[in-house]
Design a protein around this ligand. Structure first.
Ligand code: NAP
Length: 287
């Protein structure tokens, strides 16, 4: 049975690493805040002292970090992945970052003698726990094939999209749509409430027509009860909108709605909702 490394044990990474352990793979983990390694260690994971130490012993290491700065620090920092990787060992970065960051990490991993794959995911905390993520991989095809047994334990659908950057761009497009949908959904609920409509009735009507979707149904039910328990941190949604708007700049695509959604999520962060679920943007809309 293959063994894997896993760095970054946040909401997503801890659930994904657990699925590797449950499948019987040997797993070596590292996380910046050491206490998050305890649960995985109790399930049989080895704990390493640094990302470099993980990449030095594991044929394939997965990463799930917060944002471009974190992904770069873990990959390129003094005790980072690149300080340990070599001999063709692989690094699969599953964080949501922009394509420039991904290509920067790819170049450094390759220069250090390793192989690189980006593999951001679609799906939140529950799909991560259930092993039903959609995985958007791109980069080194040989590493994709080698990592596939592990990826298949974390996701229900694995796609190989081509050159490094294609997975990152696909992920930003998907999350830009999600952030935009959440913004207008919140405005619809807020408008309806102020205009004297019953929120439950609004959800009912939306769910009965062509705009029905799981996000409105699941999040809507929670939001109208004031439940913003974090599945997808709002600060990460704003990061994804920021990166999508940046991609729009890079390719000269106007993004009026996404730019407006980004401003709304920035306002919500400023109001102190960054650690709550991204649906807490509703509180910023209502004022
Ligand atoms: P999270 O719970 O905030 O976890 C972030 C992880 O990054 C933690 O392990 C954190 O370490 C680490 N980290 C942050 N800054 C770091 C730094 N400077 N150096 C080293 N480690 C650092 O986030 P998450 O929800 O798991 O999301 C992880 C990634 O997946 C993000 O890119 C997010 O956009 C993406 N994603 C999330 C979801 C979702 O629904 N949650 C869905 C799809 C994709 P500490 O524990 O020490 O803070």
């Amino acid at each position: 049975m293959q063994s894997y490394g896993f760095v970054g044990l946040g909401i997503m990474g801890s659930a994904m690493a657990k699925n590797l352990l449950k499948a019987g793979f040997g797993v070596t983990v590292w996380n910046r805040s050491k206490e998050k390694c305890a649960e995985l260690a109790a399930l049989g994971a080895s704990v390493a002292v640094s990302p470099a130490a993980v990449a030095a012993v594991c044929p394939v290491t997965f990463g799930m970090l917060a944002d471009p700065a974190a992904a770069e620090e873990v990959a390129l920092g003094p005790a980072g992945i690149c300080a340990g990787i070599g001999d063709g060992r692989g690094y699969v970065d599953m964080s949501t970052v922009d394509d420039v960051t991904s290509r920067t990490i790819a170049a450094a991993v390759t220069a250090a003698g390793g192989r690189y794959l980006e593999a951001p995911v679609s799906g939140s905390k529950k799909p991560a726990e259930d092993g039903t993520l959609v995985i958007l991989a791109a980069g080194d095809r040989s590493l994709y094939d080698e990592a596939l047994p592990g990826l298949e334990r974390m996701g229900k659908k694995c796609l190989f999209l081509g050159e490094t950057g294609s997975g990152a761009r696909m992920k930003l497009v998907v999350n830009m749509v999600m952030g935009g949908m959440m913004a207008i959904f919140c405005e619809g609920l807020a408008l309806g409430e102020k205009a004297g409509l019953d929120p439950a009735a609004i959800l009912d009507v939306l769910g009965a027509g062509a705009m029905a979707n799981p996000m409105f149904a699941i999040k809507g039910g929670l939001m109208t009860k004031g439940n913003y328990a974090t599945n997808f941190p709002l600060k990460h949604m704003q990061k994804d909108l920021r990166l999508a708007v940046g991609l729009g700049d890079a390719v000269a695509q106007p993004l009026f709605a996404a730019a407006a959604a980004n401003e709304l999520f920035k306002r919500a962060r400023e109001a102190g909702f960054g650690e709550e679920d991204f649906s807490a943007v509703f509180k910023a809309v209502r004022g």
